[in-house]
Design a protein around this ligand. Sequence first.
Ligand code: FE2
Ligand code: FE2
Length: 403
Amino acid sequence: MSSPDVPNDAPAVAEAGPGAQATAAAHLSDATILGRASVNDVDAIMDLCSTNADPDATEHVTPDNADAMFTWDYEKGQRPRLEKLYEKAKVSQWNVTTDLDWSIEVDPYEAFSIMAELGPETGWTTDPTSPIYNWGDKEMRDFSYESFTWRLSQFLHGEQGALLCTAKIVETVPWYDAKLYAATQVMDEARHVEVFAKYLNEKVENSYPINPHLGILLDDIIADSRWDMTYLGMQIMVEGLALAAFGFMHSFTEEPLLKKLLRYVMSDEARHVAFGVLSLQEFYTELNAAEIRERQEFAFEAAVRMRDRFLQQEVWERMGVPVRPMVERVLDLPEEQKVFQAMLFSKIVPNCKKLGLLDAADGWLRDRFTEIGVIQFEDYVDTASEYGEFSIDQERNAEAAAG
Ligand SMILES: [Fe+2]
Ligand SMILES: [Fe+2]
């Protein structure tokens, strides 16, 4: 992420005043945004994977450069849509301990099969030059289990990132309605951390450390001093991807405990993403072209980090498969076979469009999202418009009525 402390290498930026049109040429280079020459630089992607210096460490310190802000303006409802979210959040709290049936027996090898990702269309198990040539049922089953565990572990680490980021928003956002809403999200995220940790510990009995790509992104989000960047990084990008990923797993699992917990988590996440869209929609109207361009660059950086995260290098490593050739194969898949990866952006892209980030600066972000194969979601419904559809209130009331 470009931060206020990083010298800007685009001369046009200094000339861009309020209302000025930033040009595509004014954007920072990939080398500055991503720390590598091109999006698909496999060497750089692999180098980053080896930076997880101490995977057994139980603590990680990252600088938080923001000031805490009080407001003495206690008039509630100045932002009615945020107030509505806050009122909804207060009555939509659920309890990990009592609202889910933890007596359900789970077979983690069967809970979520992702065989389809290694399906015949990739040719990877029938190609003699492939590292997974001749994989049989046992290897596929083991891979499926490891990949499932890895996904849940990254969900867990991402949830802790959301917990810290939203606690930071409580401190930094200047608006009273937003502080109140963010406080409810802190409690939501505490429950999400709790539920994924409990499921991994009790039902899967396996876990992975944080993926380096995700770790760098979370550190970047927390380190930025600007309060709106926390929203963009967490509520729009990380939580937008999480909402899609939870939905994907929810629709493909028949494991009843996992299915219900994902449904419950999604009802909260949709509200969180809506919180981001509604807040930034207002704030971005105050920004000039150069400032909007910085937000575009950060959205792109976050998107690439999250795409790289889903290369799941650690799973290949644990399976004893050479990692680099598998990463190359995943990156080289034709677009039509990247449908699972692309779907993860089905919330991010329409929300970025709603915020005006796709088309600002001559459509710079539209071009970049086209480059990484996710622009096709731009006309999907944005989350500020659809969050109510994720509500679990009716289900919970029906369960309560049924005793
Ligand atoms: Fe969450
Ligand atoms: Fe969330």
